[in-house]
Design a protein around this ligand. Structure first.
Ligand SMILES: *[C@@H]1O[C@H](CO)[C@@H](O)[C@H](O)[C@H]1NC(C)=O
Ligand SMILES: *[C@@H]1O[C@H](CO)[C@@H](O)[C@H](O)[C@H]1NC(C)=O
Ligand SMILES: *[C@@H]1O[C@H](CO)[C@@H](O)[C@H](O)[C@H]1NC(C)=O
Ligand SMILES: *[C@@H]1O[C@H](CO)[C@@H](O)[C@H](O)[C@H]1NC(C)=O
Ligand SMILES: *[C@@H]1O[C@H](CO)[C@@H](O)[C@H](O)[C@H]1NC(C)=O
Ligand SMILES: *[C@@H]1O[C@H](CO)[C@@H](O)[C@H](O)[C@H]1NC(C)=O
Ligand SMILES: *[C@@H]1O[C@H](CO)[C@@H](O)[C@H](O)[C@H]1NC(C)=O
Ligand SMILES: *[C@@H]1O[C@H](CO)[C@@H](O)[C@H](O)[C@H]1NC(C)=O
Length: 865
């Protein structure tokens, strides 16, 4: 079934007689809203008024918000006030909506009885100034606004069935209030239906779609990213979903690229959670995403210890490694409820002699439900927590991007019961590595993914035999409700869409685009036979041997493109980069790209020494640099003193030269696309070398092919035009360079920017300081003794020029290098386009909120209308 073409007919509700009044607000003392009029937002996007969901019978009237104007036949209602209490109209009297002198909206029926009210309390009527008004914003949000701009109430805090851009689904700590989306009972009945979507309040880590109290679908536990962005090719929009955590609340929100206002998530009366978008061409609502997409994605569909494999064309149930169907005959008939059972019992605590149990690392998973969140555990401690507890069958660890209210950024999950509702997603944003306890032999026979074999028997037996005394020390904290935290959720679902849509796209488009891409490479090497370059091809087996099958013990890092291992190869220390399997690029293309990249040689670029290919495995071998990455030193309070100002200035200049070479001086014009502190490595003399250049080329072919693009790069370093529109150029790298320079000057990590400084992000903070003439105070306190004020000012100034919103305003790297080398004093003034505080639309607020969350994306282009 191709859901992208599906059309929603049930949304065609009937509007009431043509609206007469047209204003965007209801003020204190103004004429009440009645069924013969509507309130329309200033941009004409939404209307507030009365509607009747059925054509034949206008007896029931509801107050609602729907998309206004622009060719939508009938009404698509996104919000309903009086879902439980419809109004009636007679020939002589009608319901009305008015704003009272207590700053409340009150919906009264024809007889004057109150049907619905906003019920804002705590505002003393005598203190209400005249300017209070209920305003319908162009985002679809109805806000009761105090003249000083404070929102006293907003409809976005009280969703119906629709999740609009800028809205939040979350949890408020103080009130423990949580709002769910609630479906309509039927397409023509706005009263609350049985399907709801919202935060799992027991863990605050995941989202559920429920049918009554029964889970219907679950988005796996949050893995810590702040923003997940994807390109929805079938609607031509970028969608950004963000998890925002403040001291008061945690919530999920999203936004879309400009010009795509008619887009919404909705829980349908039939129990699907859909992303819909208005298609003006076909005058219909297109369903861009629909979940659960397959039976397999339904909650618990594959039974205990079974999982839904989404990485295949037709997702289906599979038993976890080391497990087999509990009832093979039933399983083969498609009856998965009984799930799977262990092939070999765990040695556990009772088992003596024959070897211990081990843990198998399953990557790219949606972790199962029914976990216990243990607070304050590092990965190692999390492993120990599970290893030492006889009843623990699995664990999963993630670093969270926000600390919430507790300062705990760890997410250690352990399971002791059956593993239910697991899915395999593949290597996508939002997937987890699940460590599964297996009997020793089972774990040992596993191939590549086998990671760490932990012999647990001794520890375990000791714990269990000693019993109570040691169990205190090994106490597992109670679930997060009381102890920690924070945190939701989110879009494993998105990950699935990205994945599945990527798959779909590839089938059709591969042939169309690949030849073009290939000829481009040929052009770039100017006909010279690629084979001319000496780039050793290493046998895959040799690499497996050198890293002991990619054992965790050899792993030194992990990035967007894959994992990095350190090993000895041919008597030399090397860094081995194992590319994630996202790239659908063929072996031949990969070889060509690797050879091209090997041609790039510059003292500020990491040397590529060799590569290896086998089946879908693609591996690059680089020189190993002892001081590792810049971020590990710069943001470590005990080590950052190693970087005095002269060293930092040299790093800034070195990175600039390396970038200049990539952009202009090499023959290839490479756009790095993911320049950040973690991708700048330092050699023994602390000289910078840019890593991961050319990765974009290796992955770009796939990017172009994919129907749904994933934006490559790191939020916070990404230029707005790249983040929002996927438009990237050498100027996007210049932006990242600006952010990196600010980090070097201030010693503050962009993604960990401390909100107590009262600025939403590092760039705006730096701009504010600089324009107030306090640029020198930007310098990291730990370089105070060694810094030259002029150089700090020059670097800050240059950084601000590079990080300007408008890519045309940013300088080329050649100018940057020139200015840094010569200490130019005639630089232009940065264009103050970092808007903050100005305007008051909702989207502006959303942008601001997303912006101020840690590790975030700057969504500044959204409101521009
Ligand atoms: C709308 O209806 C109200 C009462 O139902 C009436 O007082 C008012 O005049 C009507 N306005 C228009 C423009 O028809
Ligand atoms: C208004 O809120 C108060 C407490 O917040 C509650 O007791 C009352 O029932 C609410 N009234 C209406 C009409 O919802
Ligand atoms: C507010 O309205 C109520 C009823 O409409 C009225 O009794 C009261 O005097 C009003 N208060 C003020 C301060 O205007
Ligand atoms: C606006 O007024 C409200 C109500 O008097 C008050 O609670 C709030 O703090 C004010 N906000 C600002 C920004 O002045
Ligand atoms: C929702 O639950 C009801 C009753 O429990 C059941 O009849 C219905 O089939 C369920 N719907 C879905 C989509 O699961
Ligand atoms: C986490 O550990 C740190 C130090 O070990 C401690 O200060 C903090 O209170 C702990 N937090 C929680 C939530 O247990
Ligand atoms: C979590 O963060 C720590 C410290 O920053 C890092 O060493 C570790 O590799 C991270 N773990 C994962 C699973 O990302
Ligand atoms: C082992 O895990 C179970 C379930 O999580 C828990 O009830 C038990 O207290 C744990 N035992 C020890 C020794 O930590």
């Amino acid at each position: 079934m191709d859901w992208s073409l599906a059309v929603l007919l049930f949304l065609l509700l009937l509007p009431l007689p043509p609206p007469c009044a047209s204003d965007d607000r209801l003020s204190l003392g103004s004429k009440p809203l009645s069924p013969n009029s509507t309130i329309v937002s200033t941009g004409g996007g939404f209307a507030l008024g009365f509607f009747s969901p059925t054509s034949s019978n206008q007896a029931k009237l509801y107050l609602g918000i729907w998309y206004a104007g622009g060719g939508i036949p009938g009404l698509t209602v996104v919000w309903v006030a009086n879902r439980d209490t419809p109004a009636t109209a007679t020939n002589t009297a009608a319901p009305t909506l008015s704003l009272t002198n207590t700053s409340n909206l009150v919906l009264s029926d024809a007889g004057g009885a109150v049907l619905w009210t906003t019920n804002v309390t705590g505002v003393v009527s005598s203190s209400i100034p005249a300017g209070v008004a209920a305003v319908l914003l162009d985002t679809g949000n109805l806000v009761i606004r105090h003249p000083n701009g404070t929102a006293l109430w907003e409809s976005f805090d009280h969703p119906s069935d629709s999740f609009l851009p800028g809205m939040k689904i979350g949890f408020v700590y103080a009130t423990r209030a949580t709002e769910r989306l609630v479906s309509w009972a039927a397409p023509d009945d706005p009263s609350p239906g049985s399907f709801t979507y919202g935060v799992d309040t027991a863990t605050l880590l995941q989202l559920f779609l429920w049918n009554g109290t029964r889970p219907l679908m679950r988005d796996g536990p949050w893995t810590g990213y702040a923003v997940a962005g994807w390109y929805q090719a079938n609607a031509g929009v970028f969608v950004y979903q963000a998890v925002v955590s403040t001291a008061d609340e945690i919530y999920l929100t999203y936004s879309v690229s400009d010009g795509a206002s008619r887009i919404r998530f909705v829980v349908t009366p039939a129990g699907a959670y859909q992303l819909q978008s208005w298609n003006a061409g076909s005058s219909s609502w297109a369903v861009l995403g629909d979940s659960p997409a397959y039976d397999c994605n339904r909650y618990g569909h594959c039974g205990p210890y079974g999982y839904c494999d989404n990485t295949v064309a037709a997702p289906t149930c599979v038993c976890l490694d080391g497990f087999e169907p509990a009832d093979t005959a039933e399983w083969s008939r498609g009856g998965f409820e009984q799930g799977c059972r262990r092939k070999e019992a765990l040695a556990g605590c009772a088992g003596g002699g024959g070897g211990g149990d081990g843990f198998l690392a399953l990557t790219g998973m949606k972790s199962p439900d029914k976990f216990v969140h243990v607070a304050n555990r590092t990965l190692d401690e999390c492993a120990a927590e599970c290893t030492s507890n006889c009843s623990c069958v699995a664990y999963a660890y993630a670093n969270l991007s926000t600390t919430g209210t507790t300062g705990d950024m760890t997410r250690c999950l352990v399971w002791s019961g059956e593993l239910i509702d697991t899915e395999k997603l593949g290597d996508v944003v939002g997937s987890d590595t699940l460590y599964l306890r297996l009997a020793g032999t089972d774990a040992a026979v596993q191939g590549n993914v086998f990671s760490a074999m932990l012999t647990v028997c001794a520890t375990c037996r000791r714990t269990c035999v000693k019993g109570k005394s040691s169990s205190n020390a090994l106490r597992i904290a109670l679930p997060t409700v009381l102890t920690s935290t924070i945190l939701i959720i989110t879009g494993i679902l998105l990950a699935c869409w990205i994945k599945s849509k990527g798959k779909r796209g590839n089938k059709e488009d591969n042939n169309k685009i690949s030849p073009g891409a290939r000829s481009k490479s040929d052009e770039l090497v100017e006909g010279s036979a690629a084979q001319d370059v000496e780039l050793p091809f290493i046998k895959f087996e040799d690499i497996e041997a050198a890293t002991q099958n990619f054992s965790e013990a050899y792993k030194i890092g992990q990035g967007g493109f894959g994992k990095v291992y350190k090993a000895m190869l041919g008597g030399q220390e090397v860094a081995i980069k194992r590319l994630s399997k996202d790239s659908e690029q063929g072996m031949e293309e990969f070889r060509n790209e690797a050879i091209l990249i090997a041609k790039l040689q510059h003292r500020n670029l990491v040397r590529l020494l060799g590569c290896s290919v086998q089946d879908r495995e693609k591996i690059l071998i680089y020189e190993y640099l002892p001081n590792r990455s810049l971020d590990a030193i710069l943001f470590d309070n005990s080590r950052k003193v190693l970087l005095d100002w002269p060293t930092r200035f040299n790093i800034i200049k070195g990175v600039a030269r390396g970038l200049l070479y990539l952009h202009q001086d090499s023959r290839l014009t490479i756009v790095h696309r993911d320049l950040k502190a973690a991708n700048v490595l330092l050699d023994a003399e602390m000289r910078p070398k840019i890593a991961d250049f050319g990765m974009a080329r290796i992955f770009s072919d796939n990017q172009k092919n994919a129907n749904t693009q994933r934006v490559v790069g790191t939020y916070g370093y990404m230029a707005p035009e790249y983040a929002m529109e996927g438009v990237f150029s050498i100027k996007s790298d210049v932006y990242s360079f600006g952010v990196l320079t600010l980090e070097l000057v201030t010693g503050i990590r962009r993604s960990a920017f401390n909100k107590t400084k009262d600025f939403p992000n590092l760039t705006i903070y730096a701009w504010d300081m600089w324009k107030e003439g306090n640029g020198k105070d930007l310098a990291d306190p730990s370089i105070m003794d060694t810094c030259s004020v002029d150089e700090v000012l020059l670097c800050s100034h240059m950084a601000l020029l590079c990080a300007q919103e408008n890519s045309d305003d940013r300088p080329l790297m050649s100018s940057v290098v020139l200015a840094l080398e010569n200490g130019s004093t005639t630089l232009p003034t940065p264009n103050n386009s970092w808007h903050y505080g100005q305007g008051s639309s909702d989207m502006e607020q959303t942008r601001y909120r997303i912006d101020s969350s840690t590790n975030s994306l700057t969504l500044t282009n959204i409101e521009g209308r």
